[in-house]
Design a protein around this ligand. Structure first.
Ligand code: EPZ
Length: 455
């Protein structure tokens, strides 16, 4: 019997990691095959924007299948700071934005969560005014919001940026946004969502051209329609919103997280295992499944919302280029890079969405990967083995890539910077442990040797 670490707990906690837990270290002993079934949580990138969308509603709304993530907690703090009541019961969130006490979000909260900028559209639509700190950049890029701002200006908002603060006011006596025809220079997910939310209560029709088509955009549109918004074309590159005077209560369940699901598919592939996962929406994973199949990994449909990944041999190299949906998702690039480092042959990974999303290369190289970066391309030469090493996560999806590499590497990998991981994955370490991964999360200071009890 291999020396498997003690299992921390059989039931998964339903609270996001606390700050001290996020300062902890993840120890992974690679080489164990995985088996069993994993439950996929609700989509982070739906939950964050739909929480903002509930600000459009002057009545109570219930949002279900909300994941327990640090980012969701932070979004809740932002919304509560506006004087909006919200309550969490298990995986449901009840929000009552009947009265929004103020239109200014605090810098110390916004600076921790870029997605908090999503509240600008609903605040302008409801109150005609918003004061939002300019969201800073992050590890993966500058993350500008010019497309959001230009679109709101086209809808009749006066938007000034001064000393890092975005001051927005709706002109005119009625202080109501006006429908407009807006062409997005880039199919930005966030800009599409901001403008779609703003347009739900605008006077007249808004047409968003070259709009983002991500499933989370469709999820937001479906939530807004559940509140009585009139939206057509979500999921295509042209979305038409006809403004209504007000919205009403809704009870809405968000979609499963396609990036978490994709991460588990890669976990099965990189450990040459067989695991199943549900719920998933297979159509949201078309590009990811196609690439895994091109690498020789079997992906089986076990039901309308259940997949099984089967991998028994070394993956075959393939090229990846990240693109707006339905292209290959940038949020899966780091995870695929981890898998490609162990594949047969050479792969070229091209990151076209963010300007600085190859920072996981350095840490993967410390584990023995052979990767050369040239501009926004990473040339990955497959190696037969990775070796465990101490590594530091730089951003959310890079941290997932290091966990995946650690699962396959020979020996022990210790990962610091888990606060990145806890922003976007609900109990990833515990879910992997339940699949048989040999890993242990300890506080930064704990001495693992004393904790491990070999069986
Ligand atoms: C959303 O970010 C997601 N975040 C990201 O997920 C995801 O990677 C990204 O969409 C692309 O799919 C949330 O939904 C909370 P964009 P967003 O606007 O909206 C440029 C994760 O790991 N741009 O589509 O910020 C921008 O700089 C996160 O879960 C402008 O130039 O993405 C980037 O290069 C990471 N001006 C490109 O567009 C703007 O006004 C794509 O950004 C807006 C964006």
């Amino acid at each position: 019997m291999e020396d498997r670490p003690i299992t921390l707990s059989s039931t998964l906690p339903n609270t996001p990691a606390s700050p001290e837990e996020s300062n902890s270290v993840l120890h992974i002993w690679g080489g164990s095959p995985l088996s069993g079934h994993v439950t996929v949580s609700g989509a982070k990138n739906s939950a964050l924007v739909i929480m903002a969308g509930a600000l459009l509603c002057p009545q109570e709304c219930r949002i279900r299948n909300v994941p327990f993530l640090v980012d969701v907690s932070r979004m809740g703090e932002i919304i509560a700071s506006l004087g909006v009541r919200l309550e969490r019961q298990a995986d449901s969130l009840t929000m009552d934005a009947s009265h929004i006490a103020q239109s200014k979000a605090p810098y110390e909260l916004v600076s921790q969560l870029r997605a908090s900028f999503f509240i600008i559209g609903p605040l302008l639509a409801r109150l005609g005014v918003a004061r939002i700190p300019l969201p800073g950049g992050c590890a993966i890029g500058a993350r500008p919001v010019d497309l959001h701002v230009r679109g709101l200006q086209a809808m009749g908002a006066d938007v000034q940026i001064d000393h890092g603060m975005v001051y927005a006011n709706v002109r005119g006596a009625a202080r109501r946004l006006q429908g407009a025809r807006i062409y997005l220079d880039y199919p930005s997910v966030g800009a599409t969502e901001t403008l779609m939310m703003a347009a739900t209560l605008a006077d007249g029709e808004t047409i968003l051209e070259n709009a983002a088509q991500e499933p989370e955009v469709v999820d937001l549109a479906n939530f807004c329609r559940a509140m009585g918004a009139r939206i057509r074309g979500a999921g295509t590159n042209t979305i038409v919103i006809s403004g209504v005077p007000s919205l009403h209560t809704a009870d809405y369940a968000i979609i499963p997280d396609r990036v978490e699901a994709g991460t588990f598919l890669v976990a099965g592939a990189i450990t040459r295992s067989e695991i199943s996962l549900a719920p998933v929406v297979p159509d949201h994973l078309t590009a990811v499944i196609a690439k895994l199949q091109a690498m020789g990994v079997q992906i089986l449909m076990e039901g309308p919302n259940r997949l099984r990944v089967v991998s028994a041999q070394r993956p075959i190299a393939t090229d990846i280029e990240t693109l707006p949906y339905p292209g290959f998702p940038t949020d899966m690039q780091a995870q695929f890079m981890a898998l490609l480092t162990l594949s047969e042959g050479d792969s070229v990974i091209t990151e076209t969405v963010f300007e600085n999303r190859l920072r996981h290369v350095a840490e993967l190289s410390r584990m023995g990967a052979d990767i050369r970066v040239k501009g926004n391309h990473a040339i990955v030469r497959g190696v037969p083995l990775l070796s465990g090493a101490p590594v530091v996560a730089t951003d959310l999806r890079a941290s997932a890539a290091l966990v995946l590499a650690g699962l396959a590497a020979q020996g022990q990998t210790t990962i610091q910077g888990l606060h990145h991981l806890d922003r976007g994955y609900e109990n990833l370490d515990l879910k992997l442990q339940k699949l048989g991964a040999r890993m242990l999360r300890t506080s930064g200071s704990a001495d693992v040797d004393k904790v491990l009890t070999p069986h």
